[in-house]
Write a protein that binds this ligand. Sequence first.
Ligand code: SF4
Length: 189
Amino acid sequence: KEFGEVSLKDIDQLANSSFPLCMRHLFEKLREEHHLKHGGRMQLGLFLKGVGLKLEDALAFWRAEFSQKVGSERFDKEYAYSMRHNYGKEGKRTDYTPYSCQKIVSSTPGVGDHHGCPYRHFSEENLRAALGKMGVGGRTMDDVMDKVRNRHYQLACTLTFEAIHASSCDAGINHPNQYFSDSQKVLKT
Ligand code: SF4
């Protein structure tokens, strides 16, 4: 099985070491604001399912944040259903698949949304700041911004991956969950 199980206690450390920028951003905003709008909940929620967070842990994770903002009662009433739904436990029991880069890049986040691909949807200033926080700088920063200007967002993400892992990623990044598993492979060897 490609993705192992991930436990809740490791999630912050994993976010820091192996989440692509789109998911880091959602993760940070959730921790900061104790809330994400629908697009963000879907993008991050399905990604977390893909990395191997089990439903019970996912519910505990979202509940811990949302209850600080809307209260746990409201979380259980309004949000828990759709989280279970994402895991195929409610409604049509469709097993929802985590979003690909292509889908995320072509999404259209509105005001107050934090989903989308930062390489495409951030201002240059915000992107530079976010990349700086990941440890990207100097020549790599210029190369990444160059790809962004030419609208090669996934190549920009690939360059970021390669820089912070000091390892090549020949296939290129085409899925946030691929970024995660490739990162874990590099870090565990
Ligand atoms: Fe996320 Fe893909 Fe954009 Fe990288 S290229 S930040 S993995 S959507």
